[in-house]
Design a protein. Structure first.
Lengths: 209, 296
C-alpha cells in the first residue's frame, strides 16, 4: 500500500455537484450538516461503509494490486469533503460518486496486464454442461468480474448499483450524476450488454482462436 | 424494463456477497487512511469496537442509514462478509461457464444477430449487406480473401445511436480491405436488414445451431492457423464473415484475422486490422495476443 501520509495526496478528482454527508439528523429525519471534518463521523463512516467502498471499487474494475490504494484514496477524499455533504443524496450515492472517479483514475493508470489476454485454446463440446450450479462462489465472482469488464464504464456503474447493490434508479441517477431517464436507459442497456457478455462467454468457453 | 435472464440472475446471486473484503483488509486500509488524515488508528479501532465491531452499527450510522432510506427508499444493503475475500479470488482463472442447459436459446432470444462489440449495448441485426449478393469464398491462394471478408459491424445503443456500417475499400492492388466507420443512425432509417444470421434470430433452436456453425468455422480457422496454414485460416474466417457478419464470434474472427495476416507476412493489413480491433474491443481478452501477433 502506498504511504500517503508523507504528502502524497490523491488526485482530487471530485467535482461533485452535491458533495455532502450529513451524519447528524435534522428534525425531519433528513441529515443536516455535521461538524466539518468531524473525526468521529469520519471514523464511523469508514466503519460503516468500508465494505461498500471496497467492493464498489473492485467491481468498477480496479486491479487487485491497486485496490488498497484506491480505497484509501476514496476515504481520503471523503475525509477532505466530509463537511461539504449536505444530505441531499444518500451516503452511498455520494460515496459511489467518489469511488467511480477514483476507480477510473486507478484503472487508467493500471497496466492491462491483469486482464485476461490468453485466447481460449480448448474447443469444448457445445452441448457439454458448464453448470453454473457447480461453480464455487469464488469462481462465480471471477466470472462476474470478467463479464463486468465487458461493459463500458457507464453501463458497468449502473449495473453494479442496480443488480449488485440493489439501489433504486433515483439513487443510481444521483450516484452517477445523470438524470433519471438516462439512468433507466443505461440500466436497460447494461442488462442487455451483460446478457450479451454471458452469451459471449459461453461461446468462448467452447470456441476460441 | 427488461429483466435479467435466470442464468444472469443466478450468477449475480451466487457472486453477491462473495467479494467482500476480509477484516484484515479493513484494518490495513484503516491504518493507512487514518495515518494520512491524522487520526490514530488505535483510536479508530477502539471506536469500531465500541460500535459493535468491524462494520457494526453506531448511533451515527443508524442515522445515516435512516437518511439513506428516507432518501431512496432502499435498505442499507450491508452484505454479510463472505468467507472468501476478494484478495483470494482474482487470481483464479475463470473455469466456469454459465449454465447452458435451457440457457442458450434464451440468450439467443436476446442476442439476435449479435453485437459487434461488447460496448455496443443494443444488438441490431447485423449483416454483410443484404442488398449485395453473398461474396464468394476466397480462392485458396495467398491474398485471395475477397470482399466477403469485410467485417461489417452494426450495432447501436439506446443512448448514442451509434452504428457501424461496412465500407469496402479497394486498395491500389485491387484487393478489398475491411474498414469500419462509425456513423450515426438517422431516425426512421432501418438499422438492419435480415441476413442469414438475422433470419434465425427469433428461433432459439436455429440460433443454437447457428452458434454451433460459427464455432465450427472459427475452430477450423484456428486449427489451420495452428498448422501454419494462414491461407486456410483466412478462408475459414472469410466464410464466417460471409455467413455470420454480425455473429457472436466476430471478435474472435477479427482476432484470428490479425494473427493470420501476421502469419502470412501481411503486416501492413495486420496493423490496420489490429488497430481496428483494439479500438473496437479495447477490453477484449484477446487484446494481448492481437497486440503481439506480428512479433510472435
Amino acid at each position: 500500500m502506498t504511504d500517503r501520509s508523507a504528502g502524497g495526496h490523491p488526485q482530487d478528482m471530485m467535482e461533485l455537484s452535491q458533495p455532502s454527508i450529513a451524519l447528524d439528523p435534522g428534525p425531519d429525519g433528513r441529515a443536516s450538516p455535521g461538524p466539518a471534518g468531524d473525526i468521529c463521523d469520519f471514523t464511523s463512516l469508514y466503519e460503516e461503509f468500508f465494505e461498500f467502498v471496497w467492493r464498489s471499487v473492485r467491481r468498477l474494475g480496479v486491479p487487485e494490486r491497486a485496490l488498497d490504494d484506491a480505497v484509501q484514496d476514496v476515504f481520503i477524499v471523503v475525509h477532505r469533503r466530509l463537511d461539504e455533504f449536505e444530505g441531499r443524496s444518500s451516503v452511498k450515492s455520494w460515496l459511489f460518486g467518489i469511488a467511480r472517479r477514483v476507480a477510473h483514475d486507478h484503472r487508467r493508470r493500471a497496466s492491462r496486464k491483469d486482464r485476461g489476454e490468453s485466447l481460449p485454446e480448448a474447443i469444448a463440446d457445445p452441448y457439454a454442461p458448464s453448470p453454473l450450479e457447480s461453480a464455487s462462489r469464488a469462481q462465480a465472482v471471477a466470472l462476474l468480474y470478467r463479464l463486468l469488464d465487458a461493459l463500458d464504464d457507464d453501463k458497468r456503474e449502473v449495473f453494479i448499483l442496480a443488480e449488485l447493490e440493489q439501489m433504486t434508479v433515483p439513487e443510481i441517477a444521483e450516484a452517477t450524476s445523470v438524470n433519471l431517464n438516462t439512468a433507466y436507459s443505461r440500466l436497460r442497456a447494461a442488462r442487455r450488454a451483460f446478457e450479451q457478455a454471458i452469451h459471449r462467454h459461453q461461446a468462448r468457453e467452447r470456441t476460441g482462436p | 424494463m427488461s429483466e435479467l435472464s435466470p442464468q444472469a440472475r443466478a450468477l449475480i446471486d451466487t457472486a453477491r456477497g462473495a467479494d467482500e473484503p476480509m477484516p484484515a483488509d479493513k484494518n490495513r486500509v484503516r491504518a493507512a487512511v487514518f495515518a494520512h488524515v491524522g487520526v490514530a488508528a488505535a483510536g479508530s479501532e477502539a471506536m469500531a469496537s465500541a460500535a459493535g465491531g468491524s462494520g457494526g452499527p453506531s448511533t451515527v450510522m443508524n442515522v445515516t442509514s435512516a437518511v439513506e432510506q428516507a432518501s431512496a427508499g432502499a435498505s442499507g444493503n450491508v452484505i454479510p462478509a463472505a468467507p472468501l475475500g476478494a484478495t483470494k479470488m482474482f487470481g483464479l482463472k475463470v473455469l466456469v461457464g454459465v449454465a447452458i442447459v435451457g440457457g442458450v436459446g434464451g440468450y439467443f432470444l436476446v442476442r439476435g444477430g449479435g453485437p459487434e462489440s461488447t460496448h455496443e449495448a443494443a444488438p441490431v441485426h447485423t449483416h454483410m449487406a443484404a442488398a449485395e449478393p453473398p461474396a464468394p469464398l476466397p480462392a485458396p491462394v495467398a491474398g485471395g480473401e475477397g470482399e466477403g471478408e469485410l467485417v461489417a459491424a452494426v450495432g447501436a445503443t439506446d443512448e448514442d445511436e451509434i452504428v457501424f456500417e461496412p465500407v469496402a475499400v479497394h486498395s491500389e492492388r485491387g484487393e478489398s480491405k475491411a474498414r469500419t466507420e462509425r456513423v450515426r443512425s438517422r431516425a426512421g432509417e432501418p438499422k438492419s436488414q435480415p441476413g442469414e444470421a438475422g433470419a434465425r434470430e427469433h428461433d432459439p433452436a436455429d440460433m443454437a445451431q447457428a452458434l454451433k456453425e460459427e464455432q465450427t468455422l472459427i475452430a477450423g480457422a484456428k486449427s489451420a492457423l495452428d498448422a501454419s496454414d494462414a491461407s486456410g485460416a483466412m478462408r475459414a474466417l472469410a466464410e464466417h464473415a460471409r455467413r455470420f457478419p454480425g455473429g457472436i464470434l466476430t471478435e474472435e474472427r477479427s482476432a484470428l484475422r490479425v494473427m493470420a495476416l501476421c502469419a502470412r507476412g501481411d503486416t501492413g493489413q495486420a496493423e490496420t486490422e489490429r488497430a481496428d480491433f483494439l479500438s473496437r474491443w479495447p477490453r477484449s481478452p484477446h487484446a494481448g495476443r492481437v497486440r503481439s501477433a506480428c512479433s510472435e
